[in-house]
Structure formats: C-alpha cells, structure tokens
Design a protein. Sequence first.
Length: 477
Amino acid sequence: AALAGTLAAYLGSAALWLRGRLDSVGELVNVPLVDLVHIVVDTPIVASLGVWLYTGNRPPRRLRGAIGSGTSSRRARPGRLSGPVAAVACGVRWAAGPSARRGETRMSGVRVLVGTSKGAFVMTADATRKDWTIAGPFFEGWEIYHVKGSPVDPNRVYASQSTGWFGQIVQRSDDGGATWDTVDNQFTYEGVPGTHQWYDGTPHPWEFARVWHFEPSLRDPDTVLAGVEDAALFRSTDGGASWGELSGLRNGGTGSRWQPGAGGMAVHTIIEDPTNPQRLYVAISAAGVFRSDDGGATWQPKNRGLASGEIPDEDAEVGHCVHRIALHPSRPETLFMQKHWDVMRSDDAGDSWREVSGDLPTDFGFAIDVHAHEPETVYLVPITSDSVHYVPDGALRVYRSRSGGGEWEPLTRGLPQEHCYVNVLRDAMAVDRLEECGVYFGTTGGQVFASPDGGDSWQAVASNLPRVLSVEVQTLA
C-alpha cells in the first residue's frame, strides 16, 4: 500500500508541478532538466497525500496545510531525509498508520457483541468499519441481557442468557464468540438476605432473577464481576466456574431502603477505576451510585447533588433512579450520568454531582458514553419521557457534547429522521479505541448503528434484529 501510494504521489506531484509551470502542453520541450528532476525528487509532502488517498491514513496537519497552500520545501535540512528516499519513507510511515508511528501495536478491527431479546450476535469489521460480517443468532429464542469480552484476553467473552421459564444461564466463550460453554449459574446471597422495599413501600425478600451486566477485570482474564437483579454484586475469579457475593454492597446499611424502578431493581452498571484496582463504582436502579475504595469489601452511597422528584425526599441519600454512568480512563474521577431525568457530571469521583443537561431537547434517557480519546466528548440519546419511550419527534438523533456537557449538538447523518419510534437502552451504546473513535448503539427496533468517525456519520450494520438489549465493542489488535 505504501509503495502504491508513493507511486500515485509521484504522478500527482508531476501533475501539480506541470499545472503550475506550463501554460500549454507545447511548452513541455522548454522545461529545464533541473526542474524535471524536482518532479521526481521533491515529493515528501505530495507522497503523504498520495498515501493518504490510497490507504485512508491522514498525514499530519502541518503537511496537510502545506498541501493546501500549494507550497513545498526544496531545501534539505541537516539530519533529515530528502528527495526520493524521503518520499518513500514518508509513504511507508503514513501507510503504517499512527499507531505504528508511535511504536504501538496497530489495531486491526473491531468485534461488536450484541445481546437481544431473542439471541446474541457477533459483528466484525476491519479498521475501516465499512464492511461487516454478522454471526448468530446464538442462544436462539433466549433473552441475552448482556454480552461482554475481557479487555485482557479478547477471546474470553461472557453472556447472560435468561428466560422467565428456565431461569439464568451464564455462557462463556474462549474463541471470541464462535463457540460457547455453560459455566456456573449459582448466585446465592450471602447470609440471611433480609428485605428491601417493594413498589408500594412494603418489605420484600431479596430474590435472584438474572444477571444484568458483566464487567470483566481490566487486569485478569479469569476475574469478572456480575451485577444482578435483585440488586447485588457477585465476583468470579475462575472464569465463571464459581461466584461469590460482595455482600458489603447490599449489607452496607442502606439496602433495606432500596426499591425497584419500572424495569426492576438491579446492579446494571459496574466500572473499575483503570488507575486504582481498589476503586469500583456501581449504579443501581432505583437506589443510586455507590463507590468502593477497598476492592468491593465496603461501599458508600455517592448521590449528593442528585434531585429526584419521583421520590418523597428528592435529595435522599439513596432512592435515585440512575440509568447509566460512564468515565474516561484518563480522568477516572470525572463521571457522567444519565439519570431518570437529568444528565449529570461529577469531577470528584462521585462525591458531588452537578447537572449538565444544557440545551438537550429532553434530559430523559438511558445510554451515555465517553469518546475513547477525548475525555470531554460525551454521547447520549435523548428519549421523549418516562412515559413515552421513543426518540423525540420520531427522529433518531445521537447528541454529542465536546465540552463535557451543557452544550450539545445533534448527530443525524445516516440516521432515520422520520417515523422512527425506538428506544436505546442503558447497555446499548459503546465506543471502540481505534485512532478514529467509533461509536455504536442498538435500538429496541432491532437496528445496530455504527459511526467510524466519532459520530459525524452513521451506517446501519443491522436493521432487522430482535429488540437490542446491549451493545459492547472489542478493539482487536
């Protein structure tokens, strides 16, 4: 690709030079020989352009600026390559891509893991994210609440398989979702479970229903956390072969006051601080956000600044219906939240929250995520209201803030803008870690959309799946 791009660059350079120097084809015979030599030897900038056009790897801003102004340098600088060697080196360097230029492993593609109401699907593409291969459905007819892969071993994937008839089954794949094996499904509350509040405020016993969310460890492929309904947190250190409750969350002094939301009472979000393995966050609907600073042994509510008009005391310590939280690895103390109503932000690891709904058309919604490389760039999908669970005006719009909230822009290119009455659930949005960050989401109408350019444009990867419950993405080396 680099050599082909460089060859294209040589031809392009000749055309550009001739266009600027010749008034007519007939003047070609009068071109000095030294200028003809410049066509072949002074092409580093245009070589970069040629490789950019051929491979899709953009040259740096300084070269793009030089190309745009029609300038090029003919003076060799000490210690730098020049002439045809520079052209070839430039072509090879830019064809290799930005990751290789930094000495990193170049990412080769993505694997999107989709859980639906009638099975799981695995979607793969190379780094361009233009052509997709879809495998599935796996576990046909079963609700797949969540599918997620290990960041340590991308071949290790966990899936939560559930039905009202046959209960919960945990599935594990060790080959990236091609084949699956059933692992342990025993989720037993530690000690005497006690009670939590029911919808009407009366005491209700804790009853395990299903796994809502898996969070594989950032450091160990055999360690995985599971958030379940009724709300509790479990951990496995043997790849799902056995599970034990981290009972400090449920028994931390507030569990008896937790109450289910409309969709049940579950631990639906789990975040491990990438800089501190002892710090964990969970979000519970409808109890709020909790943080542990000792690896999950003890927990504290982190809901100061939240106001929920749906509960008797809108500023209560617990009882808030938090739909989703997200953070950027480079700023683990900055959290973003989509609450039942309100979009919130914390800059002190959840100790306090402030509203950043700003100019959104509605601040009700479920999904929220953060750009892989820009910690102040946030994505979400506003939903009409808590009684009308579809996008406003039947127009599917992702909203992006580049300022950490407050100011939001609608992203619509490639998305249906009329007669689209779908919802995007809390676990149904994800981002990849490719150089040009990709954004993905699924809808209750069975669509999965992908953006290879940070949300500027979208394409439908799938359009007729069952109701999408979760979307996760793995960036593959």
